[in-house]
Design a protein around this ligand. Structure first.
Ligand code: UGA
Length: 436
């Protein structure tokens, strides 16, 4: 370790889930000694052995490369005695009411003493107003809201190349806010210095807006199907307007994951609890739910009744490059297909272990071709790159009926049709004898 590394501020991380682990690994990569704690002993033990349990590109390599600067423990006191800056990264899953469950955040706060020495930096996504409550409970401890914007699958890259870093603090915590901002100053993104409730709202509003764009383009895709337009062309033409931009206009079979569904609902409820009816978000959520189910009618259009038909799902994770199954569209889709009497088989390159217990009655196959063999139709659920490279001509001969519904508009319709398939995407013209 050289002198400049030795002088880097130590960083504490509380909670080593997706966000916490990436935060720990990336601060270590930036040269900071990191002490991270979690209540789950098994997780801490495996991290100390250098093993990680989540699939996130580049993360294992970063942890291995920086292992001398990283320490994992179950003792929060270890973190408190060795670090001043505490990044709280515990999860805030939805409760039955749909509001964010803050029990883990409260448990952390209960362990902290307002010693005037530590800075609590909130990375967990919390309802706007949470910071104010915590500041009341911990007078004397500096509080900074620093929401995380990383995406699963590109989390390391997102952390190290942020579009912006949001740092929210009350005027009396300005020194602490500057310290937090300086941790990110070498990364290049604009640093947005603001107060706590605005920082909290920036996070919720960003996720809700991105989800709104997806539901919007999904509805446009559905209209394109009615009028014979191609949503890919429509999105391209729209995205060239710099007020609109090209991102997050990919239609599909709905958004999933641990964040959008939870955060959109949490913002809707936060507004409702404060007396405001957030009309638009109701539609965003409803459109997303219906979008997951539209595949069923696309299948029945070709196959008639699905009773006894075998449908192969290609991909199960909520998006590629992750094994995360939280709120994955495959969960709703497979249940709907089974409800229609279909037999469902599936393949995912990394998520099958996570998926098995969540998808009772769905038969997992070892390869995509094995899932397609003997099936009456396939649905591409997750756009894993390897599906583009599949031997589609070989696949066509293995299937009982070569029909594919491309739920992510990921495949080249002409290539797949040339291989013998009837092809249907989302909001784009189908190709094949019975789609014309
Ligand atoms: C999302 C946000 O993009 C991050 O900025 C945020 O930090 C994170 O939530 C969070 O709050 O923790 P993530 O859920 O990892 O990140 O994944 P995304 O890449 O945003 O995808 C979410 C879902 O939207 C996926 O199911 C994806 O397939 C879908 N999607 C995305 C579309 O259907 N169309 C698009 O154009 C883009």
């Amino acid at each position: 370790m050289n002198t400049s590394e030795q002088s880097k501020t130590p960083v504490g991380v509380v909670g080593v889930g997706w966000v916490g682990l990436v935060t720990a690994a990336c601060f270590a990569e930036l040269g900071h000694p990191v002490v991270a704690c979690d209540v789950v002993q098994e997780k801490v033990d495996s991290l100390n052995r250098g093993e990680i349990t989540i699939h996130e590109p580049g993360l294992a390599e970063l942890l291995a490369k920086n292992k001398e600067r990283l320490e994992f423990t179950t003792e929060i006191n270890e973190v408190l005695s060795r670090t001043k800056l505490l990044f709280v990264c515990v999860d805030t899953p939805p409760t039955y009411s749909g509001d964010a469950d803050l029990s883990r955040v409260r448990a952390v706060v209960a362990d902290l003493k307002a010693d005037g020495d530590h800075v609590l930096i909130m990375k967990s996504t919390v309802p706007a107003g949470t910071g104010e409550t915590i500041r009341r409970d911990l007078p004397g401890m500096a509080y900074v809201s620093c929401p995380e914007f990383l995406k699963e699958g590109t989390a390391v890259k997102d952390f190290l190349n942020p579009d912006r870093v949001v740092v929210g603090a009350a005027p009396e915590d300005r020194t602490a806010a500057d310290e937090v901002a300086s941790l990110y100053s070498s990364l290049g993104g604009e640093i947005v210095m603001t107060e706590v409730s605005s920082a909290e709202m920036i996070k919720l509003a960003s996720n809700a807006y991105l989800a709104t764009r997806i539901s919007f383009i999904n509805e446009i895709a559905n209209v394109c199907e009615e009028v014979g337009a191609d949503v890919g062309e429509v999105a391209r033409g729209m995205g060239l307007d710099e007020r609109i931009g090209p991102h997050f206009l990919r239609p599909g079979i709905g958004f999933g994951g641990s964040c959008f569904p939870k955060d959109v609902n949490a913002l809707k409820l936060l507004a409702g609890n404060s007396g405001y009816h957030f009309q638009l978000l109701n539609s965003v959520i409803e459109v997303n739910e219906l979008q997951k189910r539209r595949v069923v009618s696309k299948l029945t259009k070709h196959l008639g009744s699905l009773v006894g038909r075998r449908v192969a799902l290609l991909g199960l994770a909520f998006k590629p490059d992750t094994d995360d199954m939280r709120e994955a569209s495959s969960l709703v889709l497979s249940a709907r297909l089974r409800g229609e009497g279909a037999e469902v088989v599936a393949f995912d390159p990394v998520a099958m272990d996570q998926a098995r217990s969540l998808l009772p009655g769905v038969e997992m196959r070892d390869t995509a071709l094995a899932a397609l063999e003997g099936s009456d139709a396939a649905v591409l659920v997750t756009e894993w790159p390897e599906f583009r490279e599949l031997d589609w001509a070989g696949a066509a001969t293995l299937m009982r009926r070569p029909l594919i519904i491309d739920g992510r508009n990921f495949l080249d319709a002409n290539v797949v049709h040339g291989a013998g398939f009837t092809y249907e995407g989302i909001g784009r013209p189908g190709v094949g004898a019975d789609t014309e």
